[in-house]
Write a protein that binds this ligand. Structure first.
Ligand code: MN
Ligand code: MN
Length: 457
């Protein structure tokens, strides 16, 4: 089912109906899961509806059991226990649920020129100029000194106010327009307007005072509480159908919730597989997978050790190493689709096209495969066969021309654990922009592909 033309020509009206139906669930997930914490919470909620329970609360596990482990409310590992011993190998599909965004600094609030502002530090690789002059929502948590956690979500509910990073008017931008795109907007100029009406109290009469007293009245938080907060500004826009034919979805966060949601949906439909099936939604991929919630964290090994201990009643290091040695993984992450406005960045023979199905990428990296995990030909052949047998429409591609740039995924970190890994995901347009675009057919084929992989013998 390798595609060198539009996948839409290969599907009948029943499949088309399934494709459009699947897209509705995905759009709802995107609108709820705008941050890694919100996406993790929604994944857990959906998992519980689908019969999954907390792994740590289980004494032991048997074939067919469905469990999850949440890591610090930001990443989640879910498993359906297989008929075979875990040590015979696991089928992993690993996606990430963090997305490029604008984080709020620790000392954020100030006022200037009649406006109350928030200082920010952007997260992940963005074209900074794309994030100005668009409505923004704020999501996250503020943890007070006594440990109380205050959830903040402003800007995505109907009727909510939104926030905004201003850009220079074109009339006064003659100097700015001469700058390189990387310098058009300075990182320290990504300050968010949060208010404009000064306070009324005699001693505290600024716009900043007004904002702080509103935060205190509504959420019970004070200025110092920003020190232990994780607040994220994201586009205050909903996922929308795109095109007269509604064949695509424009949304914030396709990278990588498109692979996360499809992998989750695939796992939810996986009943008593031969091999244990594991889906991970990891965090911090956009900044190098570092930290306790990233893919380089020992959390992954901890959760797998728990699975071994609870399925066999015992545990040692060799059992964990044997499990990884026999396992196979799809690193479920997005690729760049050929953009008709910028054909020059791709080798057309080895590029991903919108609407031609799920993309497999044997190696990523940049400039001479630097920093890549290059999947073995043997494993690629196995996945090809698996997809073809399941009627999955798919294509094979690299990300861009050899010297054009490149990028990495979590593949290398999982491969380092002695697991066979292949990058495999959905092609996007405008990756890392506030609103990215993806084809509904490709999204559906990702779900079908991951489902077939979970069932692979
Ligand atoms: Mn990604
Ligand atoms: Mn990315």
């Amino acid at each position: 089912m390798y595609m060198t033309e539009s996948g839409w020509k290969q599907v009948d009206s029943n499949v088309k109906e399934d494709i459009f139906h699947f897209a509705e669930g995905y759009k709802a997930f995107l609108d709820i899961g705008k941050t890694e914490r919100l996406a993790c919470g929604e994944a857990k909620r959906l998992a519980e509806i689908n019969g999954f329970s907390d792994l740590e609360s289980k004494e032991s596990l048997k074939a067919g059991d469905k469990v999850y482990v949440v890591n610090r409310d930001k990443s989640i590992l879910l498993a359906v226990i297989g008929e075979e011993d875990v040590q015979k190998g696991v089928r992993f599909v690993i996606a990430h649920n963090d997305c490029p965004r604008i984080d709020i600094k620790q000392h954020p609030v100030y006022d200037d020129s009649g406006l109350a502002m928030l200082k920010t530090h952007y997260y992940g690789g963005i074209k900074k100029y794309q994030w100005t002059a668009v409505p923004l929502a704020l999501h996250g948590v503020v943890v007070k000194k006594d440990g109380t956690k205050v959830q903040i979500d402003i800007g995505d509910k109907p009727g909510d106010p939104v926030f905004y990073i201003s850009d220079l008017l074109i009339h006064l931008a003659s100097d700015q327009m001469q700058k390189k795109a990387t310098e058009v907007i300075n990182g320290e100029a990504l300050n968010i307007i949060i208010g404009s009406i000064p306070a009324e109290c005699a001693e505290k009469d600024t716009e900043k005072d007004a904002v702080l007293s509103m935060l205190e009245a509504e959420f019970g938080i004070c200025e110092e509480d920003f020190l232990s907060a994780e607040l994220e500004a994201v586009p205050a826009m909903q996922a929308r159908d795109m095109g007269l034919d509604r064949g695509m979805i424009v949304a914030y966060g396709h990278d990588d919730r498109v692979c996360g949601y499809t992998a989750l949906s695939a796992l939810f439909e996986t009943e008593a597989p031969k091999k244990t099936a594991v889906c991970v939604l990891t965090d911090k991929e956009e900044i190098g997978s570092m930290g306790s919630t990233g893919m380089r964290s020992a959390f992954f090994e901890y959760a797998m050790a728990l699975l071994i201990e609870k399925t066999t009643g015992t545990y040692n290091e060799l059992m964990l190493k044997r499990t990884f040695h026999n396992s196979k993984c799809l690193s479920a992450d997005v690729n760049g689709g050929v953009d008709p406005n910028y054909p020059e960045v791709n080798d057309k023979l080895n590029a991903a096209y919108i609407g031609r199905g799920l993309v497999i990428t044997k190696y990523t990296g940049s400039r001479g495969k630097s920093g890549t995990s290059d999947a073995d030909a043997e494993f690629v052949a196995e996945v090809r066969n698996c997809f073809d047998e399941a009627g999955v429409l798919w294509q094979a591609a690299e990300l861009g021309k050899v010297d054009a740039g490149g990028g990495g995924t979590i593949a290398q970190y999982v491969a380092n654990l002695d697991v066979d890994v292949l990058d495999c995901g959905v092609a996007l347009l405008s990756m890392h922009a506030p609103m990215e675009a993806a084809s509904k057919l490709d999204i559906y084929m990702a779900y079908k592909g991951y489902k077939a992989f979970f069932a692979m013998k």
